[in-house]
Design a protein around this ligand. Structure first.
Ligand SMILES: Nc1ncnc2c1ncn2[C@@H]1O[C@H](COP(=O)(O)OP(=O)(O)OP(=O)(O)O)[C@@H](O)[C@H]1O
Length: 255
């Protein structure tokens, strides 16, 4: 039963300012282990900003001020003692545009492991095969691991990027509109892959695609102008939303 699943991330009263613009106005929500959670809402409502608060990617933007807490397991990731490099391994991120490095497929996948100092070729080979299998692209690339990742199609590149995140064994994977730059077939393949991955990972996904949210997510959160308007299991959000704003958005009346 979904309700028995453990919470892995709990955000409490998260406010975020870009300079004086308050982009998040006190977000409180939790994420459960081995679920897919979709964050939806119109452009500019703060979905990506909130996603980035979950692994402190906003720290890289100079004008940002953040208050509130984000607990990962039982640690506040905003505590001064947090090692953000280690945090971003535990909470990995996949972006909208596939962003492979201009290296071979193999070197892309082991990038994080190399940075962590892993040199043992056997361990690296194993990680490459396991991660590419999990990302459902091993059969396509196994005979050309030394070729440039840039020679792959967009959908294939995105799966290599997902393998790169998986190779460092995160607990949580954040995906910011991971299929919006892809064709429907590649998008469908990535959706199926995410459904497989949730047995082992917690997945949090920003999407503009309502069908995608309803197809693959367990719970859905609707954001509007920096507020979390409604958060419930995906069926409820799509079939029986409580808030009028949610209903208007879902039914395409704005956004
Ligand atoms: N780096 C930044 N510097 C200043 N303001 C920003 C920055 N990134 C986002 N914002 C502002 O914060 C608000 C929320 O933006 P955000 O990108 O989180 O929304 P979003 O819901 O993900 O939108 P979209 O669906 O278009 O990606 C917007 O008003 C945006 O202009």
């Amino acid at each position: 039963m979904a309700d028995e699943r453990k919470e892995i991330i709990s955000a409490t009263d998260v406010h975020l300012f870009y300079g004086r613009n308050e982009a998040l106005k006190g977000i409180t929500m939790d994420f459960r282990e081995n679920e897919i959670t979709a964050l939806i809402g119109p452009s500019g409502c703060g979905k990506s900003t909130f996603l980035r608060t979950l692994n402190r990617m906003n720290d890289l933007i100079p004008s940002v001020t953040i208050t509130g807490t984000v607990m990962l397991h039982d640690k506040n990731i905003y505590a001064p003692s947090t090692d953000t490099v280690a945090l971003r391994k535990e909470v990995g991120m996949v972006f909208q545009q596939p962003n492979p490095f201009p290296f071979s497929i193999y070197d892309n996948v082991i990038y994080g492991l190399r940075l962590a100092g892993v040199r043992d070729r056997r361990i690296l080979d194993e990680a490459v095969e396991t991660s590419l299998r999990q990302a459902a692209i091993w059969d396509t690339v196994k005979d050309k691991l030394s070729e440039s990742a840039l020679s792959l199609s967009g959908g294939q590149q995105q799966r290599v990027c997902i393998a790169r995140v998986l190779a460092v064994k995160p607990d949580v994977i954040l995906l910011d509109e991971p299929t919006s730059a892809l064709d429907p077939i590649s998008s469908g393949q990535i959706e199926n892959m995410l459904l497989e991955l949730k047995d082992e990972y917690t997945i949090i996904l920003v999407t503009h695609n309502m069908q995608q949210a309803s197809r693959i997510s367990d719970r859905t959160a609707f954001f509007l102008q920096g507020d979390l308007i409604e958060y419930a299991d995906t069926r409820t959000i799509f079939l029986n939303p409580k808030e009028k704003e949610t209903e208007d958005y879902i039914s395409g009346r704005f956004g």
